[in-house]
Structures are given as C-alpha cells and as structure tokens.
Write a protein that binds this ligand. Structure first.
Ligand SMILES: CC(C)(COP(=O)(O)OP(=O)(O)OC[C@H]1O[C@@H](n2cnc3c(N)ncnc32)[C@H](O)[C@@H]1OP(=O)(O)O)[C@@H](O)C(=O)NCCC(=O)NCCS
Length: 187
C-alpha cells in the first residue's frame, strides 16, 4: 500500500535511502528547492504506511508554442518497493498533469541507453524512443509520449510513427519511432 502525495521540503531530509541507487541522480538542495517552488505539481512522493519514502518523481513543464511539454527529470523507486507498479503510477500522474492541467503537447525524458529496467518501464507506460544522443561517457536515449492534442502532428505508418520536426527543432528531420502494441492510443 502506498500514498502518493505532493513532495514537501521536509522530504528532502528523508529521501537519502532512495537516492543511494547509482542510477538515481542526486542534485544539490537549491536544485530541488527550485523545482519545488516552480513546478510543485510535478514533484510527487510515494510513502509507505510506516511513512517511509518508497519513491518519487520530479519534473517540469517548459517550451514554447507547439514544443510546450512536460519533462521527467527524475523518477526512482527504492529497491525494496520495486515491481509494484509504483513508477508506473508516478509516470501516469505526471503525464496526466502535463496533459490535463498544463495542456502540454508531449512529455519527454532522457535515459541512459544501458538502463534497461527504466527503458522497459517507460515503454510500458507508452513512451517511445525517438533519438540517441552520444555523449563522451555514455549514450542517452530520448523518450517521448505524445498527447492527443498533437495528433495532427504525426502520422502512423507501417513502420511506426512519424513525428514532424518541431519536437526537437528544425535542424532534425522527421523521426521514425517504433510503437509497442497497445500504445497507439497514447499518441
Ligand atoms: C526504473 C524504476 C523507476 C522502475 O520502478 P518500478 O516501480 O519497479 O517499476 P514498475 O513496477 O512500475 O514497473 C512497470 C514495468 O516496467 C518494467 N520493469 C520495471 N523494472 C524492470 C526490470 N528490473 N526489468 C525488466 N522490466 C522492468 C516491467 O515491464 C514492469 O511491469 P511488470 O512488473 O508488470 O512486468 C526502478 O527500477 C528504479 O528506481 N531504478 C533506479 C532509478 C532509475 O533508473 N530511474 C530512471 C532514471 S532515467
């Protein structure tokens, strides 16, 4: 059983055990406080009946015009609470806030190409891989989830979905992304 509620300042003093995971980024206090102050609707925590922090999600909404979108900055679940659909719930919550409250066109996120558990989880909640960025030390995959309001901005083909270039700026042409069965309705 878990309670999902808004993240509060005092949670910053209680979430260290969740952040011990090497795949979870730990930022400085001012970074978290900025997110809390600017995008409080995008920062949620899952708490156990014994008030232990089970996991959290933090994100933001940004962009202009048709690139107005939600972004997942971090999502993490403590090892002892994994595979209970907690991340799934947190992701759906952020997606719903971006969609219903902020009328975002899509939600995006970056994930290390080697982080298979996270990639599987993102694909399960209908995020689609769109771009691979190679940095010096590792590769990052860009995943996006399109909202219904930009349905005229893409076309479903036999090979997958073609998204028009505004998603990542004019320097890149059309992206071809693959869709999993059952995820078409999200696009
Ligand atoms: C990735 C992470 C957030 C998933 O959290 P979770 O609460 O266990 O995920 P869920 O229970 O919601 O899983 C949903 C689906 O994702 C997939 N999935 C999750 N963990 C998986 C794993 N270790 N291996 C394969 N698939 C996995 C499964 O399809 C799962 O559905 P199923 O249990 O019905 O098979 C968690 O493993 C974690 O915190 N990892 C470290 C931090 C991290 O990598 N964050 C993402 C950074 S970009």
């Amino acid at each position: 059983m878990a309670t999902i509620r808004r993240f509060g300042c005092d949670d910053l003093l209680r979430f260290a055990s969740v952040n011990l995971d090497h795949l979870t980024e730990t930022f400085n206090m001012s970074f978290y406080m900025t997110y809390l102050a600017r995008w409080p609707d995008y920062f949620h925590v899952a708490e156990s009946p014994g008030n232990r922090i089970m996991g959290y999600i933090m994100g933001k909404v940004e962009g202009q015009g048709e690139s107005w979108h939600g972004h997942v900055t971090a999502v993490t679940v403590a090892p002892e609470y994994r595979r209970q659909k907690l991340a799934n719930k947190l992701m759906n919550l952020l997606e719903e806030i971006s969609d219903k409250m902020d009328k975002a066109y899509f939600v995006d996120l970056f994930v290390r190409a080697s982080n298979m558990p996270a990639i599987k989880m993102y694909e399960k909640v209908c995020f689609l891989p769109t771009l691979l960025i190679n940095l010096q030390l590792f590769s990052l995959l860009v995943y996006i989830c399109l909202m219904m309001r930009c349905s005229d901005q893409y076309a479903v083909t036999d090979l997958g979905i073609m998204i028009v270039p505004w998603v990542f700026g004019s320097t890149l042409d059309i992206f071809l992304i693959h869709i999993e069965d059952g995820c078409k309705s999200t696009a």
